[in-house]
Design a protein around this ligand. Structure first.
Ligand SMILES: [Ca+2]
Ligand SMILES: [Ca+2]
Length: 398
């Protein structure tokens, strides 16, 4: 009885042992019955081996077929690179993403929250090559000026997807970062200069230079700094109507037509020239008529503001007819308009009196003062003359 052999090697060893035993005993003591039994065992053994061998081959063939089958089912080398999807996309900060499928042909959309503006692509499509169309979406703060991008005092103006800087004078560039000019403000630099003001009236700074300007009614003199009144009367720039006389003033002009004193009682006047009135002859016995002014004259003086004092404004003298001796004595006085004591009337020589300004006058203002001159002969009153002086002070000291 042969034991079940665990491996083909031990099986074959047993087979050869039986074969050797059979050859030894066939010539000696084994009978025919025993030999047949051994042969049958050997035959059985060989059959078993044959079956096991066949079964092994079958399994190996089957495995080979399976392998071949699976290899044939593998995709081609170039097809293996073809993607079926694109890389995942994220929603932008302050924004939302619509669509979560990233397969070829699918779309993904982006929007931004309120107060933000989308930069980049609002829609992206997954292409056959596994990449997205367009560029990444970013949500930008709509207030482009929020970061104060304008320098040097520039003003930021919001625009569509951009801002614009409005630059102050002397600055330029997209952020007002360039200084265009290094101008000296001469007006400011020399404002407090003791050597004299650059301009008599007003200094106007301009890039690279300056110029002076004058008030209305004045013209700039060739020296470029002084101002002079325009004489509208002389240059026929006035609009004075017929019967009036143009009087030039600092910064303007006046149209005047002075009136004679009103008649009262037997005193009456007649105008002998635009600026002179004469008393009509008096009745012989009327003393009040004789002491009333024999002549009234009108005088207009244009002064600048803050005139240096004392200043002689006006002179008054007797007019003696030829071949006739004049008065031997004169008396002068101020009879009206000097309430503030700004004027003094004094005799300057034997036949002349002067009106003197003793206080500075600040313009603009107008003052009327009446000056009189009385004539005496042998200490007897002869006649009185009145001069009405109208002083017009301009607003400026030029
Ligand atoms: Ca300048
Ligand atoms: Ca004038």
């Amino acid at each position: 009885h042969l034991p079940n052999s665990p491996s083909p090697e031990t099986d074959f060893i047993l087979f050869f042992k039986l074969l050797t035993l059979l050859m030894l005993h066939s010539q000696t003591c084994m009978d025919k019955h025993q030999v047949v039994g051994v042969l049958r065992q050997m035959e059985k053994f060989l059959k078993g081996q044959e079956m096991r061998f066949t079964e092994g081959l079958r399994i190996m063939k089957s495995k080979l077929a399976t392998l071949q089958n699976s290899v044939s089912k593998l995709p081609q080398a170039d097809q293996s690179a073809a993607p079926t999807a694109c890389p995942p996309l994220e929603a932008p900060a302050h924004g939302t993403k619509f669509g979560s499928k990233y397969f070829v042909g699918h779309e993904v959309h982006f929007t931004c929250s309120q107060g933000y503006q989308l930069a980049g692509s609002a829609t992206r499509v997954c292409r056959d090559n596994g990449t997205w169309t367009g560029v990444g979406a970013v949500c930008k703060d709509i207030s482009e000026c929020a970061s104060n991008p304008c320098q040097n005092g520039g003003t930021c103006v919001e625009g569509v997807n951009q801002y614009k800087c409005t630059c102050p004078q002397n600055w330029s560039g997209s952020h007002c970062q360039h200084q265009t000019q290094t101008d000296v403000n001469e007006c400011e630099v020399y404002r407090l200069d003791q050597g004299g003001k650059l301009c008599v009236h007003e200094c106007v700074n301009v890039p690279g230079s300056y110029h002076c300007s004058c008030p209305s009614g004045y013209k700039l003199l060739p020296d470029g700094r002084s101002c002079e009144d325009v004489d509208e009367c002389l240059s026929q720039q006035h609009n004075c109507s017929r019967g009036t006389t143009c009087i030039n003033t600092g910064g303007g002009f006046q149209c005047v037509n002075p009136e004679c004193p009103r008649s009262h009682g037997n005193i009456s006047y007649v105008k002998t020239s635009p600026f002179q009135c004469e008393r009509n002859p008096c009745p012989m016995d009327s003393r009040s008529c004789h002491v009333a002014p024999k002549t009234v004259s009108f005088h207009y003086l244009s002064l600048t503001s803050n005139l240096q004092t004392p200043a002689t404004l006006f002179r008054m003298a007797t007019a003696s007819a030829p071949g006739r001796t004049g008065p031997d004595s004169l008396r002068f006085g101020i009879v009206g308009g000097n309430s503030r004591g700004m004027f003094v009337m004094q005799r300057s020589d034997r036949q002349t009196g002067e009106l003197i300004l003793v206080q500075q006058l600040r313009g603009p203002q107008e003052i009327s003062i009446d000056v009189d001159m009385s004539e005496y002969s042998d200490r007897t009153f002869q006649a009185k003359h009145v001069a009405r002086v109208h002083v017009m002070v301009s607003p400026y000291n030029f």
